[in-house]
Design a binder for this molecule. Structure first.
Ligand SMILES: Nc1nc2c(ncn2[C@@H]2O[C@H](COP(=O)(O)OP(=O)(O)OP(=O)(O)O)[C@@H](O)[C@H]2O)c(=O)[nH]1
Ligand SMILES: [Mg+2]
Length: 294
């Protein structure tokens, strides 16, 4: 039996959550093509016959514009502590930029082994992959460099084998059936937030959050009341849409996925509420679950 903790670190949109889901084989963390999708440190638990790996998915490290952004970065830094191995994720198609050097410096400070994961290899030609690997070798002596496609699930098994070399413990931290540390309520709110992320543009997804007000568990169904909190009325108008068309679509898509996830019929009541500038107010950040561990 081997076990241990692995931090997934990188810029927003590098594909950290997609990779974690691909490794776990279940959707633990939501994914979108917008930066700053992940807002909390989320554990995904990988189990096979003789191994348990606990992955820490983290928010992409970025320049914050709000208190919420500071919180996101702090969550990422927490994800670097108390792990056996750090996976530094980079979109192979992008150039290594200032944001990446900044993250690399932070990673180096931890003095933990760093494996570079070059993600999204499905977007470039095979010959280019080798050239990129050579380039990254000059940037830092990474323990290893592993090219993968989280989306197409290419080379994932190789990555798992690499990770296994760095696991030091021999106890089960979680039950073998567990795949995340997050409660069902959190996963439900995230599924709804993902739909809002997918169906809105520009600053809209970032200025809102989703909270579960109430869940009634019945014999054959769930009744879920959820609120989408926005930070100004103009955003509320967009989320509701013309004659409620947008919120209706968000509701339909969320319900479909929730029914599969919960395995029961779902009655979903969505409300949209404005709380001015909630992203900059400590009181609301705490109330909406953006709490530090310490
Ligand atoms: N083509 C391609 N797209 C990918 C791959 N992995 C992730 N993506 C896409 O990249 C976007 C961002 O993916 P996420 O997994 O949300 O990225 P993240 O690093 O978790 O982002 P944050 O949570 O914002 O930090 C999504 O549109 C994914 O579908 C990949 O291997 N290939
Ligand atoms: Mg993410």
């Amino acid at each position: 039996m081997k076990s241990g903790f692995v931090g997934l670190i990188g810029r927003p949109n590098a594909g950290k959550s997609t990779l974690m889901n691909a490794i776990i084989g279940k959707k633990v963390a939501i994914v979108s093509n917008k930066p700053q999708t992940t807002r909390n440190q989320i554990e995904g638990i990988y189990n096979d016959l003789d191994t348990q790996i606990i992955f820490m998915d983290t928010p992409g490290i970025h320049k914050p514009n709000h208190k919420l952004g500071d919180y996101l970065n702090r969550q990422a830094y927490f994800g670097m502590r108390d792990v056996d191995l750090l996976l530094f994720l980079i979109d192979i198609k992008e150039e290594f930029g200032k944001g990446d050097s900044f993250i690399l410096e932070k990673l180096k400070e931890t003095q933990k082994p760093i494996v570079l994961v070059l993600n999204k290899i499905d977007k470039i030609k095979k010959e280019e992959i080798l050239l990129k690997i050579e380039k990254y070798k000059d940037i830092y002596p990474f323990e290893e460099i592993v090219p993968v496609s989280a989306l197409k699930e290419e080379n994932i098994q190789t990555l798992i084998e690499v990770i296994k070399k760095y696991l030091k413990d021999d106890i089960l931290y979680y039950e073998k059936e567990d795949y995340t540390n997050r409660p069902t309520e959190f996963l439900i709110a995230e599924i709804i937030r993902e739909k809002v992320f997918q169906l809105t543009e520009e600053e809209v997804p970032h200025s809102l959050t989703c909270i579960i007000e109430n869940i009634e568990r019945k014999k054959e169904s769930y009744v879920i009341d959820a609120s989408i909190i926005v930070d100004r009325d103009s955003i509320k108008k967009i989320v509701v849409g013309k004659q409620g068309s947008k919120i209706k679509e968000i509701g339909i898509r969320s319900r479909k996925e929730l029914e599969v996830f919960l395995g029961k019929r779902v009655y979903l009541n969505l409300f949209v509420k404005t709380i001015k500038n909630w992203r900059d107010k400590e009181k609301y950040l705490q109330e909406f679950g953006f709490k530090d561990f310490e």
